[in-house]
Write a protein that binds this ligand. Structure first.
Ligand code: SF4
Length: 261
């Protein structure tokens, strides 16, 4: 008898809609699936609640991975430079490394929720030879409307943060649009305050390190009515019905897959 370990099937839940729909879609097709969630320690309560709801729905544990160190530790390691789309050290340290540690040297199939209507996305393609990545939605031609139907039919629905934000991920995520920062301010003022504390002004160089491009969070909030009005206008131009529609419609721009899909 061979003592070779069987291939492991892994599905990472980000707390977002696509990975949740994928878990529902594959629940009966891949019964020995292992589910995991890489918790950065800076997750929104709505995200954590949604992951718990998914564990109930799947009837299985969702293994919590974490880096063992928090964001502050890595921030100091990066000389207090905030992460950005170009310098995504947060994803590498808080999400990817814990994932690769979890995999170890085992042969793994990793299931990723990229849809057929987003061919521009590539996902996390591991360079580790023992990880094979697979895209069931892409392969089966499922698009956004299918994902919404899967979530609706299952009774799981959408994560609550979709009422004001288009993605899961850290409360301070730099991928947030200005209207989402306003949403954080209004829904989680204490998290907004914490995010503010990470911004810096270097008196020597005059350089500012802000989460949102071109302005500090204080400046952004000082013009929150203008930002809201702009969003409503955008939503009218896009013929959406309300603010949530436009937040939700724009969930496909940028963002990092392992955090937000
Ligand atoms: S959610 Fe945003 S801030 Fe958090 S790890 Fe991912 S990219 Fe970085």
């Amino acid at each position: 008898m061979s003592d070779k370990k069987p291939v492991r099937h892994l599905l990472g839940l980000s707390g977002g809609k696509d990975s949740a729909a994928l878990a529902i879609y594959l629940r009966d097709k891949v019964p020995d699936m292992e589910y995991f969630f890489a918790d950065t320690g800076a997750e929104l309560p709505e995200t954590l609640a949604f992951v718990d709801l998914m564990a109930d729905y799947l009837g299985k544990e969702i293994i919590r991975l974490n880096a063992g160190r928090d964001f502050d530790y890595y921030l100091k390691l990066h000389s207090n430079y905030l992460p950005s789309a170009q310098q995504r050290w947060c994803t590498i340290n808080l999400k990817l490394k814990p994932f690769e540690q979890f995999v170890g040297e085992d042969a793994v199939i990793s299931y990723v929720g990229i849809r057929a209507d987003e061919p521009q996305r590539e996902g996390y393609i591991s360079t580790k030879p023992n990880i094979t990545t697979c895209f069931p939605f892409k392969d089966d031609g499922l698009v956004k409307a299918d994902i919404l139907r899967i979530l609706d039919d299952s009774g799981v629905g959408l994560p609550k943060y979709y009422e004001w934000r288009s993605r899961s991920g850290c409360y301070f995520c730099f991928y947030q649009r200005k209207i989402e920062w306003v949403g954080l301010y209004e829904n989680h003022p204490e998290a907004f305050e914490k995010a503010k504390q990470f911004e810096k002004f270097d008196e020597k160089t005059g350089k500012r390190y802000t989460w949102s491009q071109g302005e500090s969070l204080d400046e952004l909030i000082a013009r929150k009515e203008e930002i809201k009005a702009r969003s409503v206008l955008d939503s009218k131009q896009k013929k959406s019905k309300n603010l949530m529609d436009i937040v939700f419609d724009e969930d496909d721009d940028g963002g990092c897959l392992i955090c937000m899909k």
